[in-house]
Design a protein around this ligand. Structure first.
Ligand SMILES: NC(=O)c1ccc[n+]([C@@H]2O[C@H](COP(=O)([O-])OP(=O)(O)OC[C@H]3O[C@@H](n4cnc5c(N)ncnc54)[C@H](OP(=O)(O)O)[C@@H]3O)[C@@H](O)[C@H]2O)c1
Length: 216
């Protein structure tokens, strides 16, 4: 089963590529949480490269995440509402999938199996149709996604967010073959909502910037 191409990867990283500490994100940028939620709910505005059409046909976007990222979500955002959640784990009985709370959740043992699940659901007669697929962390899952031939990176750069150093990191990507930062307008054209360009300052006082990189 081939992965959707390009694959969409979403992360907020500090200047040392840090993404996490103590199974949490060691900064609070509400504007980036809004961005993450809108992006991963509404999908990408290039339906032909995704598994199904995105917002235009009311399909639901998919978030694929590692078990620790799943466990790091606050209870009221777990599962991520309005999205189909796929958790990568070796623990097949991690949650009770018969519980209606988890009707839009599945567990998979690899990214490829997660994508097979998406195809199976789209080919089945269920009313649910899945659209844009996002890889939302953590570290090892990002690393695996970066082995794909074509990917988009929706990176929020975060500047000096915390006095505490992260212990979990996004893979170094700037030195990879073919990677290039796209113009802000290219990012904007992929979104179904508006965002502001350049370096921004959060209500919480932290500087951040929405960016897009691609390797194609
Ligand atoms: N800043 C950001 O944008 C961002 C985004 C996401 C997460 N985070 C942070 O990152 C941290 C969590 O990331 P993490 O790297 O520690 O853990 P993680 O990737 O979320 O989860 C690791 C677990 O995922 C499962 N797993 C990993 N690769 C797998 C594979 N190929 N197939 C099947 N299962 C696989 C394993 O679960 P089992 O042990 O159950 O087998 C593994 O122990 C937290 O601090 C979180 O807040 C930050």
């Amino acid at each position: 089963m081939t992965l959707p191409s390009p694959i969409n990867i979403v992360a907020a990283i500090d200047q040392n590529y840090g993404i996490g500490l103590d199974n949490d994100i060691p900064w609070y940028i509400p504007e980036d949480l809004v961005y993450f939620n809108k992006l991963t709910k509404t999908g990408i505005n290039v339906p032909q490269s995704d598994i199904a059409n995105s917002e235009s046909d009311n399909s639901m976007s998919v978030c694929i995440m590692g078990r620790k990222t799943w466990e790091s979500l606050p209870d009221k955002y777990r599962p991520l509402p309005g999205r189909f959640n796929i958790i990568l784990s070796s623990k097949q009985n991690l949650i009770d999938l018969n519980n209606t709370r988890y009707k839009n959740v599945r567990i998979a043992s690899s990214i490829k199996q997660a994508i097979s699940l998406v195809h199976e659901i789209n080919q089945s007669t269920t009313s649910i149709k899945l659209g844009s697929v996002f890889i939302v962390g953590g570290s090892n899952i990002y690393e695996q996604a970066l082995l794909e031939p074509r990917y988009r990176l929706f990176i929020t750069h975060v500047k000096n967010p915390s006095k505490k150093n992260c212990t979990v990191f996004f893979p170094q990507f700037l030195n990879r073959d073919g990677i290039n930062q796209k113009h802000f307008n290219d990012l904007k054209s992929l979104l179904y909502f508006d965002i502001e360009p350049g370096k921004l300052v959060s209500k919480s006082g932290i500087e951040y910037e929405f960016t897009l990189y691609q390797n194609f």
